[in-house]
Design a binder for this molecule. Sequence first.
Ligand SMILES: NC(=O)c1ccc[n+]([C@@H]2O[C@H](COP(=O)([O-])OP(=O)(O)OC[C@H]3O[C@@H](n4cnc5c(N)ncnc54)[C@H](O)[C@@H]3O)[C@@H](O)[C@H]2O)c1
Length: 281
Amino acid sequence: MSASIAPGPVPAQAVAPRPATGPAAGSVTLDLSGRTALVTGAAGGIGRACALRLAAAGARVRAVDRAAEGLDTLTEAARDLPGAVEPTLLDLTDLDAAEASAAGADILVNNAGLQLVRPLQDFPPDVFHTVLTVMLEAPFRLIRGALPEMYARGWGRIVNISSVHGLRASPFKSAYVAAKHGLEGLSKTAALEGAPHGVTSNCVNPGYVRTPLVERQIADQAAAHGIPAGQVLADVLLRDSALKRLIEPEEVAEAVLFLCTPQASFVTGTSLALDGGWTAH
Ligand SMILES: NC(=O)c1ccc[n+]([C@@H]2O[C@H](COP(=O)([O-])OP(=O)(O)OC[C@H]3O[C@@H](n4cnc5c(N)ncnc54)[C@H](O)[C@@H]3O)[C@@H](O)[C@H]2O)c1
């Protein structure tokens, strides 16, 4: 059973000043000792950064992924942190196992994802199905598995790693855009149902993040748009971003942590864009 964050005086929280064009150097202050967090897709990229950040805040982190090697590296990296990382090898297409894995989590970060860049008429139906399963149906099952105990404790935080593509479409990403738009709806519904029970649910919506998922799509984007790979960053990925850089996984993790602070307890059913101004258009 988890201890709750003490009510009463608001703990100090600070975010260090951020340079106008570079990533932040500081971090949100929060003590999550006694809390259990489940992070999916924790073996790499944004999920790894979230798992390390939550463990640094003292949480016991159930790190779920199908990639054993990445989980080993994560566990090693977390060794000296105040919290703990418990690697959980799981393929989220096993939906019953996914739901069971979420029991007892106070914080659920739905992060695992995959991408395929292909025109609609060439998009393989089996990949479309897998993307929807991992990025929409598994989050539903994980939420379903976590809610009973969150409701019993009267506290829970659901953070869904959506994307700018939960709010805007781009060509050649039908499965991804469909899954992320669905995740937005799931997140809002969880917010409405969870509110009377002390459970918030929100989306975090990054633009392009410096992760393997982005590195892997450069060649596909070049082929789909008919341009050289060297032009993809400027001409495709950052075209609509006012800030012309990738966002770092650690910056996304800070936003996730913020949504777990007492100061964010009134923030629910919303989508926090970390998109360098993309959706300002
Ligand atoms: N990288 C970006 O630019 C970006 C931007 C916006 C949103 N996102 C979202 O952030 C999340 C993480 O993306 P990332 O860039 O860190 O990707 P990543 O490829 O670096 O990491 C994704 C992780 O999910 C895991 N995973 C995939 N399928 C799985 C399955 N069936 N079972 C268990 N684990 C599985 C992978 O093994 C991997 O460790 C995704 O939901 C993605 O859509 C990424």
